[in-house]
Write a protein that binds this ligand. Sequence first.
Ligand code: GDP
Ligand code: IMO
Ligand code: MG
Length: 434
Amino acid sequence: MPTTVIVGAQWGDEGKGKVTDLLAERAEVTVRFQGGNNAGHTIIHGDEVFKLNLIPSGILHPGNTCIIGNGVVLDPGVLIGELDDLHKRGVDTTSLRISANAHIIMPYHLLLDHEGEAKLGELKIGTTKRGIGPCYADKADRLGIRVQDLLDEKILRKKIVTALEPKRQQLRPWAKDPSLDLHAMVEEFANYGHRLEPHIAETSLIVHNEIKAGKEVVFEGAQGALLDIDHGTYPFVTSSNPIAGAACVGAGIGPTLIDDVWGIAKAYTTRVGSGPFPSEIEGDIADKIREVGAEFGTTTGRARRIGWLDLVALKYAARLNGMTGLCVTKLDVLSGIETLRVATTYSNNEGAVFDEFPYHQSVLHHSKAEYVDLPGWDEDISSARSIEDLPENCRTYLNFISEFLDVPIVLMGVGPERTQIILAGDRALSFARN
Ligand code: GDP
Ligand code: IMO
Ligand code: MG
């Protein structure tokens, strides 16, 4: 049975939750491998809307083992809130397994994230302020608190004291903040440990054994390739690696166990937060796309920036991920736009043309997209369920993307609902719902 990594191929919010939910219907295991509750993954099923921040999007399928891998940074208060909410809505969460090695987002990480952004002023990254960056920084600094530390109050206290020591200067303005009271912090986090203990496990072994037993496993990425800390638009990135290679590190398995990598991209581009965005547009068409596509952040409610489909960036994402299939979501949002622009190169004001994503920050910041124009379509495509149901111009648009990237399109999204998809190719068609 295949293992599939689902990754964002743009700047996040491409529809990873929806695609993961589809694959999880048949898979036995779903694994989150990086990021934290900066992610917001939406699944819409009839009247029910689920917005998951930490729990893998397989949770709605009974029998699916959901795993939070070692590569995730975990805010236990948020996780418990999510568990309680799902429980209230009748979703069984007993299958959730949490890596003992995942790092914990502590109250001081939240304060440092706020402070870091405030200090940067106009140069701010536009983080989700969930403490993600400072938590990964402590992990790299070997000052992190891990899930396993929550289970021993003595160790927990010692590790918190050690982690706070070098931050004392920075945290001085909050010296009296109740969230930093050592006694209260140790008690609060030890309580989280008690609550989460039944879920804590050696998750790398579980994933390995399930794969070896021939089970189908889905790895659910968060964020997207252009937010990758190594390959994205640094420093306007997140603090982890959202690309497919990180699935191995963040779940604790070897690369030889991965069969497929599906990149998820919208039929246009969005970005939330600061940083370069060569195909960004403003004005009536951007407003229409934002409104029709409900382009407001799942996690923070911020209005997303809008742009035309950027094939220079998408080609880069296909390469970084070794994509075997592309899922193009939100095609329905483009209905009624007369001409669709697709970025195929970048240029700068000195006349240089780039057909690969520029690696140099200054070059990227001064690049703007150059376009090929393709004819749009007027038809409402939200009830299309096969490629033949799509208008010819829509099929031409999809063929252009697939040929440019040299990656087959395996799934198309034509609406937010779980069932509003079109599948293509043998592997994808095997997921067709009866
Ligand atoms: P994720 O972070 O990649 O899981 O994506 P988000 O859930 O943050 O954002 C994607 C948004 O688009 C959600 O509101 C989804 O319900 C919605 N969505 C997903 N696929 C489609 C689609 O094909 N068409 C439309 N109109 N909406 C979609
Ligand atoms: P999903 O998984 C879109 C962005 C933030 C900011 C940058 C750094 O739902 O696609 P961070 O809080 O991670 O330090 O913020 O990354 N960002 C996302 N943008 N979707 C996400 O997740 C994101 N997670 C982080 O807006 O620009
Ligand atoms: Mg999202």
